[in-house]
Write a protein that binds this ligand. Sequence first.
Ligand code: S3P
Length: 429
Amino acid sequence: MSIIQIQPAVSVSGEIVVPGDKSISHRSIMLGAIANGVTTVRGFLRGEDNMSTMHAFRAMGVNIDDDGETIRITGCGLHGLKEPGDVLDCGNSGTTIRLITGLLSGQSFFSVVTGDQYLRKRPMKRVVEPLTRMGAGITGRSGGTLAPLAISGGSLTGIEYQSPVSSAQIKSSLMLAGLYADGETRVSEPSLSRDHSERMFSLFGASLVRHDNGVLVRGGFELTAQEVTVPGDISSAAFFMVAALITPNSELLIKNVGVNPSRTGVIDILLSMGGDIRLLNEREVSGEPVADILVRSSRLKGVRISGSVVPRAIDEFPAVCVAAARAEGVTSIRDARELRVKETDRITAMADSLKTLGIVVSETEDGMDITGSDLLLGGCVDSCGDHRIAMSMSVAALVAASPITVSDIDCVATSFPTFFSLLAHVASR
Ligand code: S3P
């Protein structure tokens, strides 16, 4: 188990490019695998989570070639996947296991999916229950609520599903099953979660209709291979945005970042806190909005964060919590219960970590109140095996009174293998 000690910095400056978007990278492999023709993917994130998706599809007979720059997926059509000879290991990746479970529900073969010690504790009932209603046979630990899950796919029928939580993983899992179902599969959610599946399904020619906070997929339509260019991941950029905002004398340009409105909650939150953030060179690539993001040091103030911005910033709360720890006044986070079922319980993990650094934090069931301070103490914090806790604490270290040691940092490789070298590159000591 690796540890790192991060020293305080005097500024965070320069020009960087962050690795490709994790969500879009997963989907490019999945849709490429079941499309007709050869899909090429540029900007693919080669993090551990996406490699889990790639290995799973290779195990189902899909030819995926990586020359180090471009991924080439030889699609085998809607019904060309082969029964895997072994358990599909999704590692730490919730997106892999939940989306693939939807896709496997539509296959006329048997499969088993599992993951690491963290993934095996995360709730699967949220996809198992509606997929079972569509006709899939799924069993698993704890009455089918925890992985490993065993899936006997086959003949599915479309359903209308009102998801109780705003979750792109639930929505996308049902959309993938819907490609194989008789009739129409409708999914709606309380407020819109990331819509990369909707965008990529349309790009690949799926029969799909969108409506307010919902989507309808018609089954039985073949997909066509595409050329996909993946933008930089705003979830990775968020750590550097906060780093530049909270460190004095900073000016950082983060180039080529995906700014899909269903993902830009973090920008809206940081702007409302008084952050100096500008989007430059806005454009569209492979059906996704992209921009360069210019960030300068700012005096931040506490805000209340709740409602529909929460799913639009769901992965960025660890970074937002660090901004809140440096802001003037109290930041209140509510309606964020979902944070308790991420890679770890991120409400407790962030509250405990910030308390170790001397910040006053009180947890609520669905969020927390953070009282910002000019003084952040150094010390030792544990990532709890969660990549985003590790990276947010490393950013906090830039403005701490003394070094911060972060333990169990190997998990950073799941989403951002180059994080520490990039941080060292922009931080001046
Ligand atoms: C993701 C959806 C979100 C997010 C995760 C990636 C996706 O999860 O937290 O990191 O790619 O669909 P939920 O659907 O559980 O909110």
